[in-house]
Design a binder for this molecule. Structure first.
Ligand code: SF4
Length: 337
């Protein structure tokens, strides 16, 4: 199968008029594209903009990022979630400095060998950052293409992704690779929408699209497994202006980040009172959704008469807590400080 080449010019003409103004597009160096694409994974554009500005101010190039302390980099990521991508970006910057003298490589295989860079990100860096004709295919692009072509291929199937990548490679214009890639991104984000009716009357492919009547059925997806639900009790342990933090294990969910002490199960106020000396107050309940599980949390504040000696706890002054990378699952506790 192949994509008709007459979809290219209307797409580029539409992009020239309707493109989104985004900070990483102002100066799309390979490093800027890399940072923005990693931040944008699973995260909304509006959320990323502020983080992007702050991150770039502190780490303006691959050298400053590579030389920075891991905890400081994570602190700049705090609240964006999916922290492994941040650690991978940091390790990737170190690899670019040590293996490529600080020059981000301009070839697909070298980019793929860097931590955290998959086919989509590699192609985005090549096409937007270097102007090389490499098609970047993610869920948005697959949705747009399968609707345009009225195809029932499952977009979670790696073969579908590879096939679409191959077809786009045939038509991506050599001289306008950057605009083509960004136009597809924008079309998926602003017109051929994922969670509701596509805005076909604004689409440059309206007259060419074979699947617009079937937008509710397309794209086809695999049935998702339901997420496991975990009940947890979170404790805000306080003593003389300091609170207790704990580092999470080096492997697994939210690895190496800081958290408020918590444990499995929903403990009662009486159970907590029996364990500590000092008044206990109920703080609230919160839910946090990860990719494969949900935490349903109940939180209590305990004002300790004296610091608990539990191993692994670090006592941090409240005003210094911003320096610790605490995942957004615990934002509802941080608000109490
Ligand atoms: S015409 Fe509608 S369904 Fe087809 S690609 Fe455009 S927005 Fe999507």
């Amino acid at each position: 199968m192949s994509l008709p080449s007459d979809i290219v010019s209307p797409l580029l003409a539409w992009y020239a008029k309707e493109r989104r103004i985004l900070p990483w597009r102002e100066d799309p160096t390979p490093y800027h594209v890399w940072v923005s694409e990693i931040m944008l994974q699973q995260t909304r554009v509006e959320t990323v903009i502020d983080y992007y500005h702050r991150f770039l101010e502190r780490f303006p190039d691959v050298f400053s990022l590579a030389a920075a302390d891991r905890d400081e980099v994570l602190a700049y990521w705090q609240g964006l979630g999916y922290y492994r991508r941040c650690e991978a970006l940091h390790r990737g910057a170190a690899a670019v400095v040590s293996e490529y003298g600080g020059e981000i490589p301009a070839d697909f295989e070298s980019l793929l060998s860097l931590p955290g860079i998959g086919r989509y990100t590699a192609a985005a860096i090549l096409s937007i950052g270097f102007g090389i004709a490499a098609p970047a295919v993610d869920g948005n692009v697959l949705r747009v293409v399968t609707r345009l072509m009225n195809r029932d291929d499952c977009i979670d199937d790696e073969r579908t992704k590879r096939a679409v990548e191959g077809e786009l490679r045939e038509i991506i214009p050599e001289k306008e690779a950057s605009a083509f890639t960004q136009a597809l991104m924008d079309l998926g984000a602003t017109v051929c929408l994922p969670g509701g009716a596509p805005l076909c009357s604004r689409c440059p492919w309206e007259t060419l699209c074979a699947g617009k009547e079937r937008w509710e059925e397309l794209p086809r997806r695999k049935q998702k497994k339901s997420r496991a639900v975990e009940k947890r009790t979170v404790l805000l342990l306080c003593h003389e202006g300091a609170v207790a933090l704990r580092k999470r294990p080096a492997k697994g969910l939210l690895a190496n980040l800081w958290e408020f002490p918590n444990e499995e199960g929903n403990l009662t106020e009486a159970e907590i009172s029996g364990r500590f000396r000092g008044p206990v107050a109920f703080l609230g309940k919160a839910k946090h959704v990860f990719t494969h599980r949900e935490w349903h949390m109940t939180a209590f504040r305990v004002d300790l008469a004296e610091k608990t000696e539990e191993p692994g706890l670090l006592w941090v002054k409240k005003e210094e807590i911003a320096a610790y990378a605490i995942p957004s699952a615990f934002s509802f506790i941080k608000k109490e400080l």
